[in-house]
Design a protein around this ligand. Structure first.
Ligand code: SF4
Ligand code: SF4
Length: 511
């Protein structure tokens, strides 16, 4: 039995998981149009390699990665590219970004050139990583960091952690994936462990998902009995259900007892952490040759009639998904993600992207009026990052932004625990998000001002240098003129008969 640690704070929440995890994963009909943003990941935007009017097949490359931290985008169905331009993306601001729009032909025909990786057992880590990069795989737990980049850490890795915790209430897409396709998850783990040469691999699941754990155990037994290389190195770990145990830093603490330092990254401790859905996507890419073109999305909440999990082609309009599940309350709030860390969407016009794990549609709740802070300290007790939320709140509210870093605002993971326990109903996380935006804006302005100061200093130095050079040239020309004048005078004087006959003293004075 593995020893487990606990992280500070955290809260036990009602799960509401049964709303969506009682039926198997359903498929959506092919949408008439899909809208594929060129940036569905952290990092540089992908660059289109198709043109308007071109016919594409499902899985065909539409846009290529443009840097190490970037990911390509593939067609999620077959059809014709009808536009490359701005469209609303899933963001609280309702912002538009560049998307490739495909009008589906209804055939959903796979690109014929796609094929599994050759000779998988002998493939090198570099070849496996390249296949993962080409498949456009990013962290599907919501972080959307390009996986190939995460699999090339700057130091050696001892521990690979596969995150099947899914601690947010309502969300069940990872739970359903582990129940329905445990083998793909486990085979993906083996590949990832090979890439990283990690000594140990732990797959963690919260103890509120017994069916998922059972399926994983069964599948692992089969792989071990079949002597699948690497299978016996996978350790399935059941962890207590406490929010936010699925946070990367919290999970590392629970499983290893180690703390990722403030501002640090897990690889610094020799740990890499990936989500179970990412792991299954790795299996699809390597064993089936399938790039990331769809994902499981939990559609749930009190505001819809048929909650459940759906296999959704990327780029599917969220409104189409809502029409399928039947929204029963027009006033319902739309959230992408869970109730704790999700983002409110102003409209259903945006689309499902690689990071869309859940669409939550809850009936509106009565609004609680915020009251003054009573300094009860509940928020600090609940904070999993050991922060002082009430201090952060005072400084965010008072706009004393310089003090916020002293209280480590940047370490706040916006988990919402402090919000939930605050008896004064202060929307603490909204203050923190506002303060982070202001600080980012100030940093940006400071950098711009610094760049402009440097540019101006360099220009001044350049002008002074040019002026110095011009003066030196002028001085040289003047000196040259004087020398030549003297030579001329001297030659004339030498040539003059009067001088030739002059006394010696007179000739000397002319020199
Ligand atoms: S929980 Fe709310 S009332 Fe209590 S100290 Fe924190 S901010 Fe103040
Ligand atoms: S939102 Fe930030 S400050 Fe509040 S509990 Fe979570 S990590 Fe702590």
């Amino acid at each position: 039995m593995r020893k487990l640690w606990s992280f500070p704070g955290g809260i036990r929440l009602p799960g509401f998981k049964q709303l969506s995890n009682s039926d198997s994963i359903r498929s959506l009909p092919v949408p008439e149009r899909v809208y594929l943003p060129l940036r569905q990941h952290i990092g540089a935007q992908a660059r289109p390699v198709v043109t308007v009017g071109e016919h594409v097949d499902k899985g065909q490359l539409l846009a290529e990665a443009t840097s190490f931290i970037s990911a390509p985008v593939h067609a999620s169905t077959s059809g014709v590219v009808i536009n490359i331009g701005s469209h609303t993306v899933p963001h609280p601001s309702g912002i538009a970004e560049e998307c490739i729009q495909i009008e589906a032909d209804g055939e959903d025909h796979w690109y014929p050139a796609l094929a599994p990786l050759d000779n998988i057992d002998k493939a090198t880590p570099t070849e496996l990583r390249a296949a993962i990069r080409e498949a456009g795989i990013v962290g599907l737990g919501g972080a959307v960091f390009p996986s190939a980049a995460k699999l090339k850490p700057p130091r050696s890795i001892d521990t690979l952690i596969i995150n099947g915790v899914e601690c947010e209430p309502y969300i069940t897409c990872d739970d359903m994936l582990m129940r329905s396709n445990a083998e793909a998850v486990l085979r993906g783990c083996v590949l990832l462990q090979r890439i990283l040469s990690a000594g140990q691999c732990m797959l963690a699941v919260e103890d509120n998902k017994p069916e998922a754990m059972q399926q994983l155990r069964k599948a692992l037994d089969i792989l071990i009995k079949a002597a699948e290389p690497g299978a016996k190195d996978i350790e399935l770990v059941s962890i207590p259900t406490v929010f936010p145990a699925g946070g990367e830093k919290q999970l590392i603490k629970v499983l290893t007892g180690q703390e990722v330092p403030a501002g640090g990254l897990p690889y610094e401790l020799g740990v890499v952490c990936l989500n179970v859905a990412t792991t299954a996507a790795v299996y699809d890419a390597i064993f089936l040759g399938r790039p990331l073109v769809s994902r499981i999305v939990t559609v749930t909440g009190s505001g819809i009639s048929r909650p459940g999990n759906y296999q959704v082609p990327l780029g599917t309009p969220i409104q189409l998904l809502l029409d399928t599940v039947g929204v029963i309350d027009g006033e319902a709030k739309l959230i992408m993600g869970g109730p704790m860390m999700g983002q409110r969407l102003p409209t259903g016009h945006a689309m499902v992207v690689k990071g869309t794990n859940c669409i939550l549609v809850n009936k509106p709740q009565p609004k609680m009026t915020p009251m003054p802070c009573i300094r009860c300290g509940s928020c600090a007790n609940a904070c999993p990052m050991n922060l002082l939320p009430q201090q952060l709140y005072w400084h965010a509210r008072g706009k004393t932004f310089d003090k916020l870093e002293r209280y480590q605002l940047s370490s706040c993971i916006e988990c919402g625990c402090c919000n939930l326990v605050c008896p004064a109903h202060i929307p603490l996380v909204s203050y923190f998000r506002y303060a982070k935006t202001e600080l980012a804006d100030q940093t940006f302005k400071r950098q711009r001002a610094e760049e402009s100061r440097l540019r101006s200093e360099l220009r001044q130095q350049r002008l002074e240098h040019m002026q110095r050079e011009a003066e030196e040239r002028k001085a040289k020309r003047k000196a040259a003129r004087l020398t030549s004048k003297k030579k001329t005078v001297s030659t004339k004087v030498m040539a003059s008969p009067a001088v030739e006959n002059a006394p010696h003293s007179m000739q000397v004075s002319n020199d």
